[in-house]
Design a protein around this ligand. Sequence first.
Ligand code: ZN
Ligand code: ZN
Length: 139
Amino acid sequence: MEAYQRLLEHNIKPSMQRIAIMKYLMTHSTHPSADVIYTELSPTMPTLSKTTVYNTLKLFAEQGAALMLTIDDKNVNFDGDTSLHAHFLCKSCGRIYDLPVPEASKSVEMYEVEGHRILEVHNYYKGICKECFEKRNID
Ligand SMILES: [Zn+2]
Ligand SMILES: [Zn+2]
């Protein structure tokens, strides 16, 4: 799906900057923070500001065009993949990985639990990633 199209589908007016930020999100599955996106895009978009990037990402999340992750307490991260999936944060290298969600929480989304309506489910896992774990065993 095109970035432009994705913005329209979520009732977001597609400005040049918004398209560029959405395109970045859709082509980088690294769960970037606003700072990372700003650093990547600012050389080609001199009028871009950090605040604009952050506000744009927040707007995407509010409109359901992206996910806002609060798994890392030092950073807010964003995800262009809005399908239901879990996240794993490596405490050693800080990378965020996508993981499949357990069946139990799949059935919970969009349902009621004890009278409460569930609209979002955040599955956050933290630990040591496979790569870091293997490195440790070699040392
Ligand atoms: Zn790691
Ligand atoms: Zn993700």
